[in-house]
Each structure stands twice: as structure tokens, then as C-alpha cells.
Design a protein around this ligand. Structure first.
Ligand code: PLP
Length: 421
């Protein structure tokens, strides 16, 4: 299969090239030339990794990486992916059982392994630069730790990440370096962009990115939608409505890809926080990206969703977009209300991101069967969650192990040259 740029002004490339470069040279995002469709009636698989390899194999067709796909899936997806029943017809897809307790582990772990194989095959090495406001950097550092041929530089803004998030960024060593930047997240992002533009600064080392626009993070996220839709259908006897907490809309885009590929999904709806760019587009037909506002669901604080170009290429007219995509905004007060309510009524603790999806379910889809996507473990956001549920939320074992490690990082001013000294 070939991969094209959403902006149509770049050469078509194979999968390996799309994974290693991240962004297309015309500034667009790589998308598959078509979404392969299959009939999932009567389909069954022996395990999550084998289902994942089945779902992804058409994208790897004729690519040298195809031979490695089974091994990549087996090693990337070695944790449980449970569908938790909250009440009658109310399911929760728990995507937080990976090493950093958020769904970004799926994409980051798959990308790391695929990129390592591709670089090994082509005899290249790369340096990955990641600017993070919290979650992404941790998942990327964890996933790439120990990968051959790849070094990672993680930049985070001083004083703006939580204590637990900082641990996850700085506990690695070896091929992972962490930089505490005396500036904002936007400064960190600008340093990364400037480093990419400066052809000299990396002393000939190829630079790459691992953020959510990389197709190698998006495609593997399709696999849990297919898996969960089949599981939901088996449990509940029908195809689910799925509600996805969304920021850069990579996760929801993967859901639409899964739906287009034939997975039994009735509808996908988006829950967003006070960043309402998509909700406003749905009501006005005018797409107006804007600066983000800070909320309790901070991994969704996005005013210019980076994967919108992919959604637009899937649903090119306003009419198509509106008939396939629906989205609702949830305020901080409603997030708080929902965390307390789900604990009180269902004895279950949700993180602030997951709470937005449950709020949309309870207010927009109070009857009927549905599934919300739980994007992170509540223990990652203990300062918000614990006062609302009046107890300490136990930290999952894999995350606890990271939090015990020693922090190692350099503090630097806003100057990207210092990343390469
Ligand atoms: C990244 C993230 C999101 C948003 O996902 P997108 O793919 O950017 O829409 C939601 N919840 C959590 C916990 C996240 O880390």
C-alpha cells in the first residue's frame, strides 16, 4: 500500500518512510491511499496481538516490514485491553493498562518497534525530538527506551507538568534525554520546529518526530476499536455507539478508520473539554482554529487539532462531516460533577478525560447501549480526582515502578542549540 499527503503535493511513499519521517514534505499528514474493508461477521482471533496483526496487515501489504508485523504486535500489545461493564448496556473500554497508564502507549509502543525494525533494515539512525505538556512525552520515552538506532530528546516546560508526569519523563537515561526548558510548552514546541528547520544543528543526524500526527501511532489505534466493537457485539448483541474523549482527534480518527474498515460500529461521537473548535465547526460550517484554554482534562487542551486534516480528507464536505461527526463540549464543573457521580452511583473512578465521555453519554445518550473510551488511569490525575471521590486512588503497578526511579534531566533556557551539545 502507498501513503499520500493530505495536501497532495508530496510524493507517495511506502509505510516505512511514512513512519520514519512523520510529516510529509509538503507539510501535510500521511494517509493511506484507501481504507481496506473486510467482513468481520464470523471473525474471531486467538489473542489481541493476532487480531491487531490481521487488522493492520493490508496497510503493510508489499512492504518489507510486513514480515515483522506479527512480532511487532506481540511485543507492543502485551497488556490487557478490558471492556468493563459499568451498568446495563454501559461499557467502558479501558485503554490504560500499558506502562504509562494512558492510551498513548498503544501508538507509541507500536511506532517504536516498527521504526526500530525499519531503521535496522535500512541501516539508518535517527534522533526523535518531542515537546510535551505531559502525557505524550512519557509514553514516547517509555516506548523508545532501549530501541537501537534511535535516541530521543524530550522537552518539557519547567513548572508546568505534574510531579508524577515529570517522573515519567525523566526516569529513563540510556538513549532517552530529558530537558527541562525555562519557558512554556509553546516555547518547547518552537524549539523543536526550529531544530527541524536548521539543517546544521544536528551535525548530520537525521531528526524525526513521534507526535500524534505520525501515521505509525494512528494506525495501531484502529486495532482496539475493532477488538472492542466485536467484543461489545458479543456481549450486548448489537454494534456500539462509541464516545471518545478528544483533543488532537487522533484517537477518534482511528475510530473512524476502524468503522470504515468494516468493524461493527454504529456511530462515533466526540467529547471535548472547553476547547470547542470542532463543536463550533459543526454548528457554523466555518473551521476556525484558535489558542487553547487550560482545563482539568489537560491532555485535551487543543485549540487547533492536528489530526483535523485527516478527518477532512475522510469527510471532505461540510455535509459529510456533519452527518458522520458529532461533538459536545464539557466544562470543568461538569467534569468534576461526573467524576463524583460515577463514583457514587457505580463505584468506579474515572479520570477527567474519561469523565467528559461519560458526561456526553449521560446527557446525550441516556437510553440505549453504548461504550465510552477511557483514555487514562485516574491515578495519573490524583490531585483532581481524589478530593472528589474522598479516597486515595491506588497507582497501577507498572506506573508505580516508574515513579520509584531516579530523575535525570538537564535544565536549559529557550535555545534549541543546547539540545545538541
Ligand atoms: C492524548 C489524550 C487525549 C486526547 O487524544 P487525541 O488523540 O489527541 O484526541 C485524551 N485523553 C488522554 C488521557 C490523553 O492522553
Amino acid at each position: 500500500m502507498k501513503f499520500l499527503s493530505t495536501r497532495n503535493k508530496a510524493p507517495h511513499v511506502g509505510l516505512g518512510e511514512a513512519l520514519v519521517t512523520g510529516l510529509a514534505p509538503d507539510g501535510g499528514l500521511y494517509i493511506p491511499e484507501r481504507i481496506p474493508v473486510r467482513d468481520f461477521r464470523g471473525y474471531s482471533s486467538s489473542s489481541y496481538p493476532s487480531l491487531a496483526a490481521d487488522v493492520l496487515s493490508p496497510f503493510f501489504e508489499k512492504d518489507p516490514l510486513a514480515a515483522e508485523l506479527d512480532a511487532i504486535c506481540a511485543s507492543a500489545f502485551d497488556f490487557p485491553v478490558p471492556l468493563h461493564t459499568l451498568g446495563t448496556g454501559r461499557e467502558v473500554l479501558e485503554l490504560f493498562h500499558g506502562p504509562t497508564a494512558a492510551f498513548k502507549d498503544f501508538g507509541a509502543r507500536f511506532l517504536a518497534r516498527a521504526m526500530e525494525k525499519e531503521l535496522e533494515r535500512t541501516g539508518r539512525t535517527v534522533t526523535i525530538l518531542v515537546a510535551t505538556s505531559g502525557d505524550t512525552g512519557g509514553a514516547v520515552a517509555a516506548a523508545f527506551h532501549g530501541c537501537r538506532g534511535i535516541s530521543v530528546k524530550v522537552l518539557f516546560p519547567k513548572g508546568r507538568v505534574s510531579a508524577r508526569q515529570k517522573r515519567q519523563l525523566t526516569c529513563w537515561g540510556d538513549n532517552i534525554s530529558a530537558y527541562e526548558v525555562d519557558g512554556s510548552f509553546d516555547d518547547c514546541q518552537k524549539m523543536v520546529k526550529d531544530a527541524f528547520m536548521d539543517k546544521e544543528v544536528s551535525h548530520g543526524e537525521e531528526l524525526s518526530s513521534a507526535n500524534s500526527i505520525n501515521l505509525g501511532r494512528l494506525l495501531p489505534q484502529m486495532t482496539y476499536y475493532v477488538y472492542a466493537a466485536l467484543e461489545f457485539q458479543r456481549k450486548q448483541g448489537e454494534a456500539p455507539l462509541i464516545i471518545v474523549p478528544s483533543g488532537n482527534v487522533g484517537n477518534s480518527c482511528a475510530g473512524y478508520y476502524a468503522m470504515a474498515s468494516g468493524a461493527p460500529i454504529a456511530r462515533i461521537a466526540l467529547a471535548v473539554n472547553a476547547n470547542t473548535t470542532i463543536v463550533d465547526y459543526l454548528s457554523s460550517g466555518q473551521y476556525e482554529p484558535r489558542p487553547s484554554v487550560a482545563t482539568l482534562a489537560n491532555a485535551m487542551d487543543v485549540g487547533a487539532p492536528s489530526n483535523m486534516e485527516r478527518l477532512f480528507s475522510l469527510f471532505p464536505t461540510v455535509n459529510e462531516f456533519v452527518s458522520n461527526v458529532s461533538a459536545w463540549s464539557v466544562s470543568d464543573a461538569q467534569i468534576r460533577e461526573m467524576i463524583a457521580k460515577v463514583w457514587e452511583n457505580d463505584g468506579y473512578v474515572v479520570c477527567p478525560h474519561t469523565a467528559t465521555a461519560e458526561y456526553v453519554r449521560q446527557t446525550q445518550f441516556p437510553t440505549g447501549k453504548s461504550m465510552i473510551v477511557s483514555t487514562a488511569h485516574p491515578a495519573k490525575f490524583e490531585t483532581v480526582v481524589e478530593p472528589l471521590v474522598n479516597h486515595t486512588v491506588p497507582v497501577p503497578t507498572s506506573l508505580a515502578r516508574l515513579l520509584e526511579k531516579k530523575e535525570m534531566y538537564q535544565s536549559i533556557p529557550v535555545d534549541y542549540h543546547l539540545l545538541f551539545e
